[in-house]
Design a protein around this ligand. Structure first.
Ligand code: ADP
Length: 219
């Protein structure tokens, strides 16, 4: 999907964290956001995900304004079209990897054998088939993060939003996670916006943007 952001302004108390920010992301494009801590990168991702609301400005996906939808419609849109890899979005520890992937499918009305088959097939395609029946809290950090990325991809979203998806991972796990995310972009044509501090990750993006003084500029 094409993402079009215009004049986005988000204030906390008297401070505008984002100040009339504009952004265009093409379908299938991978954009990496960089910037110092506190610059507003996570704030921007949360606004794009429709989890937070701005004081001013517009956010459209293929022309559909999500900022003017009511909360129920925004939630439906998010479940259908967006894939999120956020630090706060942990796997459910008491469910297996497979069942963690079935949850987002259930939320869009896909149940039973169809959901199970799709979740299993994706885990296998991503080389995670052996982990399908392990409980999430029995997986290593790197394995959990790869399953979390699989969960974000299982409903074939058109837009992926990832907040430091390789943050706490060793080099091998980080590379595996990036292969999954970039693969979804290149193969399925999903648009990807990710926040990162890692040079290797930046190197794989089509475009690097710096969040600074509430706006974006080429980095
Ligand atoms: P980054 O992701 O670039 O590190 P954030 O988007 O998390 O930055 O935060 C940007 C600024 O907004 C910071 O100064 C932070 O303290 C402030 N901020 C973020 N969330 C809240 C909140 N819920 N209430 C008040 N201030 C917040």
């Amino acid at each position: 999907m094409k993402i079009t952001v215009r004049g986005l302004t988000r204030r906390y108390a008297d401070t505008a964290v984002l100040d009339q920010l504009d952004l265009d992301v093409e379908p299938g494009e991978c954009v990496a956001l960089v910037g110092r801590s506190g610059a507003g990168k996570s704030t921007l991702l949360h606004l794009l995900a429709g989890i937070d609301q701005a004081e001013a400005g517009s956010i459209a996906f293929d022309g559909l304004r999500i900022d003017t939808l009511d909360e129920a419609a925004r939630t439906r849109f998010r479940r259908q079209h967006l894939g999120l890899v956020f630090q706060s979005w942990n796997l459910v520890p008491s469910l297996s990897a497979l069942d963690n992937l079935r949850l987002p499918l259930e939320l869009i009305g896909l149940r039973g054998d169809e959901a199970r088959g799709r979740a299993q097939a994706l885990l296998e395609r991503l080389g995670l088939g052996d982990l399908a029946h392990r409980f999430a809290d029995e997986l290593s950090g790197g394995q959990q993060q790869r399953v979390a990325v699989a969960r974000a991809l299982v409903h074939a979203p058109s837009v992926l939003l990832a907040d430091e998806p390789t943050g706490s991972l060793d080099a091998d796990s980080a590379a595996a996670v990036m292969r999954l995310l970039i693969g979804a972009c290149r193969e399925a044509g999903a648009s990807l916006v990710l926040v990162t501090h890692a040079a290797e990750v930046m190197g794989q993006a089509d475009r690097l943007l710096r969040v600074e003084a509430g706006r974006l500029r080429p980095a």
